[in-house]
Each structure stands twice: as structure tokens, then as C-alpha cells.
Design a protein around this ligand. Structure first.
Ligand SMILES: Nc1nc2c(ncn2[C@@H]2O[C@H](COP(=O)(O)OP(=O)(O)O)[C@@H](O)[C@H]2O)c(=O)[nH]1
Ligand SMILES: [Mg+2]
Length: 350
């Protein structure tokens, strides 16, 4: 199964000073095995040329790796595009990547000119001077783009912590107030070890459970601190981060605790349900009454009256959960999910 946080496997990106130091170390380690019959000055020339070439090669490799190994925004799953926009800003990111890449042609120019000078020089001191002048000028170019490299490094660090999603699996997202039983449900149905991942603007981690329904790998995502309190208490950025879940949730399970032992009244829970429905108008949503084992009959009757189409479970006992998950997966339009995945994968290999 292909798990996908497109930012998770970017190799280390070096800062400007690290690149300079790394390339310098490599270039000074170069020792040329030249024939002893050769004149000393020619041996020096070969060595100076090789050192400058090595310096340039290492610098260029580090710069282009930073850019090329960073996934391009156009090819990201919309879930990550949205989060990358909120967390780092896609325009600024593109700008920084472009700026780093644009350092390469002038570095080539400087290298060519100074290699020429080394080739024409007629004493050792002149050669050495040309080599260090080239390194100095190249280092200045890299230092001038230090902010861009720092920006890319920070972006990588932030984005690599996002949850890895499997784009070809139906994804169920759990919502509802704290203590209604969301984590209990996720634990009850997950067969593989759940993953724990960071989600922006919450202090808690999201938990992604994995299970199999018929032949499908299904993910179930518990989002503590995200879809568990009224939106009025959120700032704009938090709301956007929550809205990004619309790309992830093929179906939402909204859990209600009619026993009210969670500490929230039934009506408060209905209000949150309304908000979540407004926030995710497109995503299919199942309403679930949990803890019906400890809900007084009259409260249960009232809940059923107000929510005639809801499902009923006892998450802590695993009662009704299998049927619920089956229903949830039925809500997912698997054909169109497969089509959008095919499209997405095709765009990756373009
Ligand atoms: N009686 C009863 N307790 C439950 C049920 N499901 C969850 N709980 C309990 O409710 C509490 C909160 O559950 P939890 O899954 O942590 O809620 P979350 O905050 O929504 O993730 C825990 O003490 C659970 O054991 C249930 O179906 N019946
Ligand atoms: Mg929980």
C-alpha cells in the first residue's frame, strides 16, 4: 500500500553556509595523481582546475537537489495543496524554489570564466587567486539566496509532519464533541497499528486507523481538537485547516452521545452537527448515536425522533460498529474515487 505524505521523503536540504562548507571540504580533498614527469606548474594547473570544478559540482548538486526533490505544488493531492498554502504559502514557496534554481546559471558562468583564467595563468599564485575568487563569488551567490534556502528547509520540516494519507483508500473522518467515543470507535475497528500524525493548529495528534472492508483498505481518522468544538471559537486559519479535510474525508461519521455523559447536552451536539454539515456540504455524513448502553430510554427515544436516520452503536463493546463501517464505505463512491486517483497518479508520471 502506498502511503503518501509527499514531503516525507525529501532528503536533507542544506543551508547556504552548509552548502559552502560542504563544497569547500570536498574541493580541498581533491588530490590529483598527475605524472611526476609533468612540470610542477602544469600539475598545479590541473589541481586548481579540478578543485574549482569539484566545488562547483557540489554546490550545484546541493542546490538542484533542494529544488528538484521538493514536490511541485501542481502535482500535489489537493489536501496537501491546501495545507501547504495555509502553513507555508504556495506562492512564496514557488518563489524560493525558483530563486534557488536560478542561482545555477551564474554559477556556471563564473566557473567557466575562472577556469579559463586558470588555464591561461602562467604562475601558481595567479591560478590559486582565480580559484579562490571564483569560490568567493559563487559563495556570495549562495549567501544571497540563504533566506530562500531557509524558507525551503522550514517548509519541508513543517510539511513533512503532516499525516500521510493513502490516496487510493476510502477515508472515514470522525467528528463530534470530546468524550463522545470517537477514539473508542477508531480503536475498535482498526486492525493495523494506528498512525499518529501532526495536524496544523491543534495541539493534539490525529490518529489514523487502518482496516479492511471487503477488499478495500480503509482509513479511519480521529481528529481530536479539530471537529470537536464550535467553529465560532476558531480563527480563520484554523477554519481553513479544517476545511482541507474535505479533500480527505470520503465520508464523515458524526458521533453523538445521547447519554450526555460526555459533558455536552444533546442540543449542543446537534448545533455542532449543523456546523459540520455546513462546513462539509459535499461529503457524505453519517450520524451515529453512541453509548446507547447507558442512555436512559426516554433520552434515546427523543434522540431517535430528532435524528430518524441515525445509526446506533456501543463503541466500547464493539456493538454495531462493523455494520456502521460497512455503511460508511457504501457511502463512498468508489468508482469516482478510483477515477480521481487514476487521474492523480497519471499526473504524477507526466
Ligand atoms: N458506556 C459507554 N462508554 C463509552 C462508549 N464509547 C466510549 N465510551 C467511553 O467514553 C469515554 C470517552 O471516549 P473516547 O473514545 O475517549 O471519546 P473521544 O474524546 O470522542 O475520542 C471513555 O471513557 C470511553 O470508555 C460506549 O459505547 N458506552
Ligand atoms: Mg479521542
Amino acid at each position: 500500500m502506498r502511503r503518501l505524505n509527499p514531503f516525507a521523503n525529501i532528503p536533507t536540504i542544506l543551508t547556504a553556509e552548509e552548502i559552502i562548507k560542504f563544497a569547500h571540504n570536498r574541493s580541498t580533498k581533491i588530490s590529483m595523481k598527475s605524472s611526476l614527469r609533468m612540470k610542477k606548474i602544469e600539475r598545479s594547473r590541473i589541481r586548481e582546475v579540478a578543485r574549482l570544478q569539484e566545488f562547483t559540482k557540489q554546490v550545484k548538486t546541493k542546490l538542484s537537489e533542494a529544488v528538484e526533490q521538493f514536490p511541485s505544488v501542481e502535482r500535489l493531492h489537493p489536501f496537501y495543496v491546501e495545507l501547504s498554502e495555509i502553513l507555508v504559502g504556495n506562492d512564496r514557496l514557488k518563489q524560493s524554489l525558483g530563486a534557488v534554481y536560478n542561482c545555477i546559471p551564474p554559477i556556471d558562468d563564473i566557473t567557466d570564466k575562472h577556469l579559463q583564467a586558470i588555464k591561461l595563468a602562467d604562475d601558481f599564485r595567479q591560478m590559486k587567486k582565480s580559484r579562490s575568487a571564483a569560490k568567493g563569488r559563487i559563495s556570495s551567490i549562495i549567501r544571497a539566496t540563504a533566506d530562500n534556502l531557509d524558507f525551503i528547509i522550514n517548509a519541508k520540516n513543517t510539511l513533512s509532519k503532516l499525516p500521510g494519507i493513502t490516496p487510493n483508500s476510502p477515508t472515514i473522518v470522525c467528528a463530534g464533541f470530546p468524550n463522545v467515543g470517537k477514539s473508542t470507535l477508531v480503536k475498535a475497528v482498526s486492525t493495523a497499528e494506528p498512525e499518529i500524525a501532526y495536524y496544523p493548529f491543534t495541539t493534539k495528534s490525529v490518529i489514523i486507523g487502518h482496516l479492511k472492508v471487503d477488499n478495500h483498505n480503509v482509513q479511519i481518522v480521529d481528529t481530536p481538537g479539530i471537529l470537536d468544538r464550535p467553529m465560532a471559537k476558531r480563527n480563520e486559519i484554523e477554519r481553513e485547516a479544517i476545511a482541507a479535510l474535505k479533500y480527505l474525508a470520503n465520508v464523515i461519521i458524526f458521533m453523538i452521545d445521547p447519554s450526555e455523559t460526555c459533558g455536552w447536552t444533546f442540543d449542543q451536539q446537534l448545533n455542532l452537527l449543523n456546523e459540520v454539515q455546513k462546513m462539509f456540504p459535499i461529503n457524505p455524513l453519517l450520524i451515529v448515536l453512541n453509548k446507547i448502553d447507558i442512555t436512559p430510554v426516554e433520552k434515546l427515544e427523543e434522540a431517535r425522533k430528532k435524528l430518524p436516520k441515525c445509526h446506533e452503536i456501543v463503541a466500547s463493546e464493539g456493538i454495531g460498529v462493523e455494520k456502521l463501517i460497512k455503511k460508511a464505505v457504501e457511502e463512498v463512491d468508489l468508482t469516482s474515487l478510483q477515477e480521481s486517483i487514476d487521474e492523480y497518479l497519471a499526473s504524477l508520471s507526466e
